[in-house]
Ligand binder design. Structure first.
Ligand SMILES: Nc1ncnc2c1ncn2[C@@H]1O[C@H](COP(=O)(O)OP(=O)(O)OP(=O)(O)O)[C@@H](O)[C@H]1O
Ligand SMILES: [Mg+2]
Length: 316
């Protein structure tokens, strides 16, 4: 059977030589992107950070999509992913061969995708809250990556609990357009309840502000208020509003790849440096993902509904 791979043309497939043969000793750092509210930018942030870690900082990254909407995969791969080996299935099948679930999407970035399958979704919702379920299912894969990026659905559901339970670091993604401080406090209370039940200390929680527009007084005040509540747990970097983000997602790409010089791409690069503990600075160029004609290519692609040739996958 033809191997399912989602590597864009021109990207070297290094995974076999690197990820699978070299096992790191330390397990990956697991970051879960969470908010009970829909549309705050969880997926966008997860996707762009994965690309920054993988392509700019040469980290080995596994993206795990716990949301049956499957948006994390849609934002990384233009074509529909057809394999039934989804993250939902991974959670409910007792014995798994993890390599069957992993889809390479960039030279150092892999994905366990998701899509809505009724029986599996219901099975996930019925799962008891096992401690470390996701980590156990990922098994040896955890030591093959530097970062595991977990995208969770909106709502305080079982998938979100599982993502939070697996996390070393929870990133609460808050959108300036959606005033919801009470909602954030509810998420944190809910998390505290989960960790109580699991008899484990809470992972660290950091907040990132998305959709920020310095020109809006509301946003400036909102930021001040969040800073007052969360102090150092608010990332210094906020993500500015940019229409480039929406265009990029429609192409199965991150904005960091499609419009690397736009404001939001700069913000994601800074945020990745902040998480890695690096000082702000220029990112090394990622030649294979930069195109002089990119604006034209993407606008044409949006009009025709066709992906730019450079991002067609080998089987398309
Ligand atoms: N900074 C931004 N500027 C402009 N658009 C943005 C920004 N961040 C996210 N978006 C857009 O907002 C929409 C919602 O973003 P996203 O899907 O990342 O949110 P989400 O929290 O994952 O949503 P859900 O709860 O449905 O999973 C998308 O269309 C995305 O392209
Ligand atoms: Mg999402």
């Amino acid at each position: 059977m033809q191997e399912q791979t989602c590597v864009p043309f021109g990207a070297k497939r290094l995974r076999q030589e690197t990820l699978l043969t070299q096992s790191k000793k330390e397990p990956a750092q697991v970051l879960a992107f969470v908010n009970q509210k829909g549309g705050t930018g969880k997926t966008t942030t997860a996707q762009n950070l994965a690309v920054c870690f993988g392509l700019h900082h040469d980290k080995r990254v596994l993206c795990v999509d716990l949301d049956p909407q499957g948006n994390l995969g849609h934002g990384l791969v233009y074509e529909q992913i057809n394999t039934p080996k989804t993250a939902d299935r991974l959670l409910v099948v007792p014995k798994v061969n993890i390599n069957e679930y992993i889809i390479p999407v960039r030279p150092t970035i892999d994905l366990i995708h998701n899509k809505f399958q009724k029986e599996q979704r219901e099975a996930v919702d019925r799962l008891p809250l096992y401690p470390n379920l996701l980590r156990k299912q990922l098994g040896s894969a955890l030591t093959q990556y530097d970062y595991v990026i977990v995208d969770t659905p909106a709502g305080l559901c079982r998938s979100t609990q599982i993502g939070i339970d697996a996390a070393d670091q929870v990133v609460l993604v808050v959108s300036c357009g959606m005033y919801g401080l009470k909602g954030m406090v509810a998420v944190i209370d809910w998390m505290a309840g989960i960790y109580n039940r699991l008899a484990r200390p809470m992972p660290s929680i950091k907040v990132v502000l998305n959709n920020y527009d310095e020109r809006r007084r509301f946003d400036r005040e909102f930021r001040r208020e969040i800073l007052h509540i969360f102090g150092d747990d608010l990332f210094q970097t906020h993500i500015r509003t940019s229409t480039r983000i929406i265009e990029a997602a429609a192409q199965g790409m991150s904005v960091v790849e499609s419009s690397p010089l736009c404001s939001a791409a700069e913000d994601f690069k800074w945020l990745s440096r902040e998480i890695l503990g690096l000082p702000p600075g220029d990112e090394p160029p990622v030649e294979s993902y930069r195109f002089a004609e990119e604006e034209v290519v993407f606008e044409r692609a949006l009009l025709t509904g066709q992906p730019p040739n450079k991002f067609r996958t080998p089987w398309a």
